[in-house]
Ligand binder design. Structure first.
Ligand code: NAD
Length: 431
């Protein structure tokens, strides 16, 4: 098929490259010229394992990029994969998505017959009905369900394993409100995944499809917050949460995944999506007690880590190492990273922060230009009076004699990634 993907961030680029790999012709559209130039040169502006080889294999042939939204008119369907960031009050800011919808609508205004627009971005049901569809209709002069199709097809990939997740999803959710043409096109598009690889597809309404994404993320965020809450209790009681989690994970009803207790969740999705669903609930006069608790526990975890450090060192005026800045290993994304409240807390205490991350230093330096950045974990630890492990990069598990160079060998581990060793004052956050 001939597909256009508007928005070339983590989701859009992965989608575009994977669809090209599935045999489709893909046009990627982004407003950022550098992103477009890099894609056409076979490169990406983001780090995602396996993505660059795909982009370089298809760039210039079945994958082309442009800043001109008009290009979508020549395609069979258009994905909207633009960012939907959170506003101060937690509600989502759909302005980028609506600007993209307007450009796409204008681009297909003169197209004969039906054009399908598929919303990939994470948005609340009302945003689809009250903002995206009217914007598309106004700009195109077409009518939803007639010569305009609008489907909702949320994305469940995880950064750090985006390509793998896209190609091997647990499910494909397609919300069409019964528009058979939309369903047929998406079934054809995903045919290699659905028919050949037996991925279950969920055919549902557009509002339900939008809500499934929020429910999915809120459930996962709450699961981690619950094990973190239990972890804090375990720590107070002198119990190793990981031994507890391993056993409870054997219960099928609980499941073993997402039970790694620690400094909490971050990223571009969990914080934004839980805030959005909380905000939507409150707008509907419902008090979302569980969602609120999940967010509250997540905010507490970095403070617990700092509190444990306080028990051993007064960091005022002292060098403190922060190991890990990305919100999770395998990515350079620092959105929602727990390293941020940890750095802020150390700065509030007068600490001189020296931070290290294998991929995310450049991005964190844009937000925290005043701290020192090291080229290696060893350099960060050298002369430090304390260290906080915030991201579980596998290489941190190998650190050993690097701790010998610390001025005071105090390590607070927020991810159970540092190996305990003699001479190290080691505090596990929840163990
Ligand atoms: P991102 O910020 O990485 O990328 C968004 C891209 O859209 C940017 O390259 C930006 O330049 C471009 N853009 C903005 N306005 C545009 C316009 N009018 N026309 C064309 N391009 C435009 O965002 P992301 O992380 O890829 O997320 C995209 C959506 O997918 C969000 O709604 C997000 O919640 C959702 N999502 C993200 C993930 C994830 O892990 N990142 C997973 C599932 C769903």
């Amino acid at each position: 098929m001939n597909v256009s993907v508007v928005g070339s961030g983590y989701v859009g680029t992965t989608l575009a490259a994977c669809l090209a790999d599935l045999g489709h012709d893909v046009t990627a559209v982004d407003i950022d010229e550098e992103t477009v130039e890099r894609l056409n040169a076979g490169e990406t502006t983001i780090h995602e394992p396996g993505l660059d080889p795909m982009v370089s294999a298809y760039a210039g042939s079945s994958l082309k990029a442009t800043t001109d939204h008009a290009a979508v008119a020549d395609t069979d369907l258009t994905f909207l994969a633009v960012g939907t960031p959170a506003r101060e009050d937690g509600s989502i800011d759909p302005s980028g998505l609506l600007a993209a919808a307007e450009d796409v609508g204008e681009a297909v205004a003169d197209k004969d017959g039906y054009h399908l627009v598929v919303v990939k971005s994470t948005v609340l049901p009302d945003v689809i009905d009250e903002e995206v569809i009217p914007t598309l209709e106004d700009a195109s002069g077409k009518t939803d369900g007639d010569d305009l199709g609008v489907a909702v097809n949320p994305e469940f990939l995880r950064e750090g394993s985006a390509v793998d997740d896209f190609m091997n999803p647990d499910k494909i959710v397609i919300g069409t409100d019964g528009d058979g043409r939309a369903l047929d096109r998406l079934a054809e598009l995903y045919q290699p995944l659905i028919s050949d690889w037996d991925v279950p597809s969920v055919e549902t309404g557009r509002r339900e499809a939008a809500m499934i994404k929020y429910a999915n993320n809120t459930f996962l965020a709450a699961k981690v917050s619950l094990i973190n809450d239990l972890g804090n209790i375990c720590k107070e009681l002198g119990v190793d949460t990981y031994e507890v989690a391993e056993a409870i994970g054997m219960d099928d009803r609980i499941g073993e995944k997402f039970l790694n207790s620690g400094v909490g969740w971050g990223g571009s999705c969990f914080p934004k999506d839980t805030a959005a669903i909380k905000s939507a609930a409150e707008d509907a006069d419902y008090d979302p007690a569980m969602v609120e608790a999940a967010i509250e526990v997540n905010d507490v975890q970095p403070q617990r880590l700092l509190g444990l450090m306080d028990e051993h060192v007064d960091v005022d005026g002292k060098r403190v190492a922060v190991l890990g800045l990305a919100f999770k290993p395998g990515t350079d994304d620092i959105r929602g990273s727990r390293a941020k409240p940890v750095i802020e807390g150390l700065q509030d205490r007068g600490g001189n922060v020296v931070a290290y991350d294998p991929l995310a230093v450049e991005k964190m330096a844009e937000e925290f230009p005043d701290i020192e950045y090291a080229d290696s974990a060893a350099e960060a630890l050298d002369g430090a009076h304390a260290a906080a492990a915030v991201t579980d990069w596998p290489a941190f598990a190998e650190l050993n004699e690097e701790f010998d160079a610390m001025a005071e060998k105090v390590v607070v581990d927020g991810r159970r990634i540092i190996s305990r060793r003699e001479g190290l004052t080691y505090e596990g956050l929840t163990w």
